[in-house]
Ligand binder design. Sequence first.
Ligand SMILES: [Zn+2]
Length: 115
Amino acid sequence: MACRQVKAKRELIRVVRDADGKLSVDLRGKSPGRGAYLCPDDACLARGIDDGSLGRALEVTIDEATTQLLRDELAVGADRKRSGEGGLRPTEAEGPPKPEQAKPAKVSGLKGRTG
Ligand SMILES: [Zn+2]
């Protein structure tokens, strides 16, 4: 945990380091690799990078480009958390299609004989 604040994991954003040592924000929280949790805000990320706690937690050196990348991804992640991720409605179950009703054949009688 790079952040000192104690929060529920689902309120935090996970930063994960992949096999190549690249960092990314793991929005689903399921990416393999070494991870650290941060609050979904810029200040928390900046502090973690600034005091080196995030780099230590992930055992990686965070450069300028990575900082920028993480800020961007964290902003997206924070946005999703705010808008309520996972609010998908279950798909409505539809019944089997109704068979088309056979129309009774109309008997057209002959009208009016000529003669
Ligand atoms: Zn924090």
